[in-house]
Each structure stands twice: as C-alpha cells, then as structure tokens.
Design a protein around this ligand. Structure first.
Ligand code: G3H
Ligand code: 13P
Ligand code: ZN
Length: 309
C-alpha cells in the first residue's frame, strides 16, 4: 500500500473516539521498531520527521527507509513533517512526497500565523497533501509563567474556529497543558480538558492534535538513571489521561520523548552490564526492540483497541 494521507485515519478516529499515534523518526532502528509494532497490531501509523531530523538523517535516506517500510508492510502509513518552521521546508517535504505537513506558526501572532498557514495550505492541497497547523503555545515547566500568562498560552476556542475557517487547515494542534520533552509537570499531571471540549464544540469536524504527549514512562526513567543517566524528576502524561484525550476528540497524539528514553535506557543497560560489548548491533538491536515494545503497548492499550487498519 502506498503512503496515505491522514484523512481516513482521522475520520475513523473522530467517529470512534480514539487517537492515532504519531511517532518521530530519525534513523533505521526507530523506523523499524515503530513500523513492526504497528504492523503486528494491524494499526495505521503516522511517521513524523522534524527539520532537525531531516538535517541529521538526510532527506534521501529518510525517504528510502520509509519507502522500504511501506513496501514491506500492509498498513496505512502517513509521512508527516513535524513542526515545519517555514513555507520553504513545507514545500521541500511536499515536493519530496510527504503526505502531510505541519506548519508551526505558533511563534507568530494570530494574523501572521493565519497568513503563513494559508500559504502552505495553498501549496499543499492542490498536490493532495494535508496540513496540520498550531494555535496556542506549549509551555515547559521551566518557563515558570504565572497563572494569567499561562491562560493566555492555551488555545482560545473562538480563535480556533476563526483560524480553521480562514486557513482551511486540515487539523489543528492545540495547547491545553502539555509540553515537549521529559519535564512536563512539577506536581500532578493535568490537562485542560474543559478547553478541549470547548474547541470540539466550535470545530467538531476538525481533527485535533496533541503535541508533547509522551508518558515519560517511569520504568524507563528509572532504568536510565540506574545505569548512569541523570534525568531526575522527569514526568509526562499518564496513559489514562491520553486515553481520555482520545475519547474527547484528540485524533493525533505525538510521541518522541518516550522513544528516546526507551533507546537510551536500553543502550545504557547494555553498556552497564556488558562493558566488553562493542558490536553496535548488540545495543542498537536492543534499542530497536525497546521502541517496538513502547509503540506496541501504546497502540494496543492507549490509542485504541479498535484502531485496526
Ligand atoms: O516536538 C519536537 C520533536 O520531539 C522533535 O524534536 O526537533 O529535536 O527532532 P527535534
Ligand atoms: P514529546 O516530547 O512529549 O514526545 O512530544 C513530541 C512531539 O510533540 C513531537 O511533535
Ligand atoms: Zn511537537
């Protein structure tokens, strides 16, 4: 099956109340781990690439590896640009055969974000490519903002409606309390589901995207730290909250940090327990298996038990 857009995945997701997993890729082991897991669960999957991942892995390598994944499986796979910083990067990915791009205009003011998103939609749609846009700002706990500043960073439901109508974007990433990386919450993990519900009321037919949605799996954090890592106090979004997000209308859940942690924890363990090992396949193979385990668990237990391709 050739690469697909996210359109059908999201339609099904909105009808049935579950999210599709979108996983960040950088190298062969990550791609194989994700795709093997999705394939074994017969689940659609979104492979997403950031501009720094493109810089790292190089576009032709990424494209060929994703092509290999598509050729060797039977599940719907979408190839998506994550956090496209500008029109040129979106154009490069659309021209290269991506089926979905994100234009991240969240760093701009509302009007500039609208204009930039419209420009990308204008290029993408005639070429059969769908566009994810972002409204609102994802804060990190290190940003230490006060409550009213924090409120102004969340996505405004009225603005969301105007934004989608004016830009024609296909899906919308919103800010309801998640943040990127391993440190998402100081105390209890909490998302503003009231804002999500308001947004869904205003734009019921627009698929909603949740960035910064890694669980920061405690066992993996512990394992990293046990084998010499230093990531104390890391905390993410628990699985039951992610499940509820899917039920309330989130269609795409982005996961990168959990894969990074899985690989690093397992590579550290090999290095810690077998200091004489120096065959990269021995630790990269274990890392690949760990990515597969994380993705498989998420697909089977969190995103959907009924998300069959
Ligand atoms: O949201 C960001 C993703 O985790 C990608 O991160 O730009 O370091 O590849 P990156
Ligand atoms: P995490 O850092 O929570 O994995 O979020 C990844 C993400 O949002 C990619 O766009
Ligand atoms: Zn993100």
């Amino acid at each position: 099956m050739p690469l697909v857009t996210t359109t059908n995945m999201f339609e099904k997701s909105m009808k049935e109340g579950f999210a599709i997993g979108a996983f960040n890729i950088n190298n062969m082991e990550i791609i194989q781990g994700i795709v093997d897991a999705a394939s074994e669960n017969n689940s659609p999957v979104i492979l997403q690439v950031s501009s720094s991942a493109i810089k790292y892995a190089r576009m032709p390598y990424l494209l060929k590896m994703v092509e290999a994944a598509v050729e060797t499986t039977n599940i719907p796979i979408a190839l998506h640009l994550d956090h496209g910083p500008d029109f040129e990067t979106c154009k490069e990915c659309i021209d290269a055969g991506f089926t979905s791009v994100m234009i991240d205009g969240s760093k701009y003011n509302f009007e500039e974000n609208v204009e930039l998103t419209k420009e990308v939609v204008g290029y993408a749609h005639p070429r059969g490519v769908v566009v994810e846009a972002e409204l609102g700002k994802l804060a990190g706990i290190e940003d230490d903002v006060n409550v009213s500043a924090e409120d102004s960073m969340y996505t405004d439901p009225n603005q969301a409606k105007e934004f989608v109508e004016r830009t024609g974007c296909d899906s919308l990433a919103i800010a309801i309390g998640t943040s990127h990386g391993a440190y998402k919450f100081k105390g209890e993990a909490k998302l503003r589901f009231d804002i999500l519900e308001e947004i869904k009321k205003k734009i019921p037919n627009t698929p909603i995207v949740l960035h910064g949605a890694s669980t920061v799996i405690p066992e993996l954090v512990e394992m990293c730290n046990k084998y010499g890592g230093e990531i104390p106090g890391a905390k993410g979004v628990p699985n039951d909250i992610l499940k509820e997000a899917g039920r309330l209308g989130v269609s795409k859940i982005n996961v990168d940090t959990d894969l990074r942690l899985a690989m690093t924890a397992n590579i550290r363990k090999v290095f810690g327990e077998k200091p004489s090992e120096f065959d990269p396949r021995k630790y990269l193979g274990v890392a690949r298996d760990s990515v597969k385990d994380v993705v498989s668990y998420k697909i089977a237990n969190v995103f959907c038990s009924n998300n069959k391709a």
